[in-house]
Design a binder for this molecule. Structure first.
Ligand SMILES: Nc1ncnc2c1ncn2[C@@H]1O[C@H](COP(=O)(O)OP(=O)(O)O)[C@@H](O)[C@H]1O
Ligand SMILES: [Mg+2]
Length: 500
């Protein structure tokens, strides 16, 4: 068969596979004629090149080598695919065709864009990204569904997993730490869906969260004291509100000589302490065997002599084991939970404990929760794209059958509200002295009363700090060392297991 015959056949095949309109007529983007023909040109040329270069492409090849190879065969391929291309567009065309052939196709530039924190592909031409906390639709599109499927298979295969009709959902971690989730039909009704969450090259630190306004110097001081006093802390919030990020930051307050065991579905935490054991759960294999759940890992961790247990997220019956661990000598444990408010966290926990299947009376569960959890740090994503701590709430105890909670810090809006596009306000003390202050004092840390007064101890916003060390903490406060501040710093410094 000649090249032109091949091109013709390929063209007929692709119009057969892509000619049918998708059932999502109402959400489908209006594709301009120009974009379609550019896409069609790419498809025709790509398919011709695949036929010609097929065997060579199976070898591992770098993007620039491939671009050279594509370039050298381009004239011939354009001719046989009957495509004419203005010379000004040639370089871009070669780049895009090369990306389509190897790598991750239209996702390639998005994966290299440092501003992109999330990539969401709902369909071949519905690719959204998150930049600076905002979700926007891109112009990128896959050529057709088979290319979309190939990219998904390639990503999944790289981490030794597979996706097909019998196991249509995959959740995996890429070598660079990104988290990937793919769902294909029949589970996903309208075609494959791919979500990639990328992480900044350097994990956020306390100073970053203070600079973003997600924490204040005062709340950071308070949280550091709570972690050092071995309080059990629950980080809560909706999806993507920054729970894992803040858990990582809070974990950095753990003294250097503590033995830390982390348990996650996909290892995301990045701790700097020297003594860290990282455990990751495992889904069942193709035969449905070999699953290792968070719950199994948690039970195992208790036999590993942990000083601190950090569970990336509780979302199932492991909540019961977590509460029991917290109540039986494993203080200072940290975890996150998906929910809408600190109060909601309590009922979510109750539900998760019931999932463990031991028919426990509700009051018994609530008593467990009230004695296990000391503090809830709640996060929200605001309409302006920022992620903020909106409440730091202490669990005080039980009053008849109800768990009593009290905000120690909460976000006060001066303009706008949660959903507004423009927001001002700050996380400030409510004026109530938390009960946990006694435990903090017992740990040898003396927090000044001013920290819990609405005016606070440190002016907000602070200057950007270069690192969270004792000296810079003073600097963050605008260099105004008060007697109280000197006291906290001296105390914190005394207990800091070394410089960080
Ligand atoms: N305080 C913050 N300010 C800006 N971006 C943040 C902040 N916290 C987290 N992020 C970013 O938001 C995304 C989701 O964060 P993550 O901690 O994984 O959320 P969650 O665990 O709640 O789903 C990540 O890309 C992360 O880098
Ligand atoms: Mg998370």
């Amino acid at each position: 068969m000649s090249l032109s015959e091949r091109a013709e056949r390929v063209d007929q095949e692709s119009s057969r596979t892509t000619g049918t309109p998708t059932p999502r007529a109402n959400t489908k983007r209006v594709v301009t004629k120009e974009a379609t023909s550019w896409g069609q040109m790419k498809r025709r040329v790509r398919d011709v090149l695949l036929e010609v270069l097929g065997p060579k492409l199976s070898q591992r090849m770098k993007a620039d080598e491939l671009a050279t190879l594509v370039s050298s065969h381009l004239d011939e391929a354009l001719r046989s695919a009957e495509v004419s291309l203005p010379s000004s567009k040639r370089a871009q065309f070669v780049r895009e065709v090369a990306a389509d052939l190897l790598g991750y196709g239209p996702l390639e530039p998005l994966l290299h864009d440092p501003d992109v924190t999330e990539i969401m592909c709902n369909g071949i031409d519905e690719i959204y990204v998150e930049r600076h906390g905002k979700i926007v639709r891109t112009d990128a599109s896959f050529i057709d569904e088979s290319q979309f499927r190939q990219v998904i298979e390639k990503i999944v295969a790289r981490v030794g997993r597979r996706i097909d009709e019998s196991s249509p959902m995959v959740d995996a971690r890429l070598p660079d730490g990104s988290r990937v989730n793919a769902v294909i039909p029949p589970v996903s009704v309208h075609g494959p869906v791919l979500t990639i969450r990328r992480f900044p090259e350097k994990a956020f630190e306390v100073k970053d969260l203070i600079a973003f306004g997600s924490l204040t110097v005062d709340t950071a001081v308070f949280l550091e004291a709570c972690v050092r006093a071995k309080l059990n802390i629950l980080v809560t919030g909706g999806t993507g509100t920054g729970k894992t990020t803040i858990l990582n930051v809070i974990s950095s307050f753990i003294p250097l000589d503590d033995r830390i065991i982390t348990i996650e579905d996909a290892a995301e935490l990045r701790l700097n302490q020297p003594h860290v054991v990282t455990l990751e759960s495992r889904p069942p294999n193709v035969e449905g065997a070999g699953e290792i759940k968070i719950r199994d890992l948690l039970r195992n961790a208790l036999r590993m002599r942990p000083d601190r247990i950090i569970v990336g997220e509780v979302r199932g019956p492991e909540a019961l084991d977590m509460l029991q661990a917290m109540n039986t000598g494993h203080e200072g444990s940290l975890t996150t939970l998906h929910c809408n408010s600190p109060r909601d966290a309590l009922s979510r926990l109750e539900t998760l404990v019931l999932m463990a299947g031991y028919d426990l009376p509700v009051r018994a569960i609530r008593t467990q929760i009230a004695s296990a959890i000391d503090l809830i740090v709640h996060l929200d994503r605001f309409g302006d794209g920022s992620r903020r701590t909106t409440a730091i709430t202490e669990i005080q105890g039980m009053e008849s059958d109800i768990i009593t909670i009290q905000d120690v810090f909460s976000f006060v809006f001066t303009t706008g509200g949660k959903e507004s596009a423009k927001i001002t306000g700050k996380l400030q003390a409510t004026g109530l002295r938390p009960k946990v202050i006694e435990r903090i004092r017992a740990a040898g840390l003396d927090l000044p009363a001013k920290l819990f007064q609405p005016g606070g101890l440190t002016p907000v916003p602070p200057q950007r700090t270069e690192s969270w060390s004792t000296a810079n903490l003073g600097e963050a406060a605008g260099g105004q060392e008060t007697a109280d501040r000197a006291k906290i710093l001296a105390n914190l410094a005394r207990r800091r297991g070394g410089s960080r």
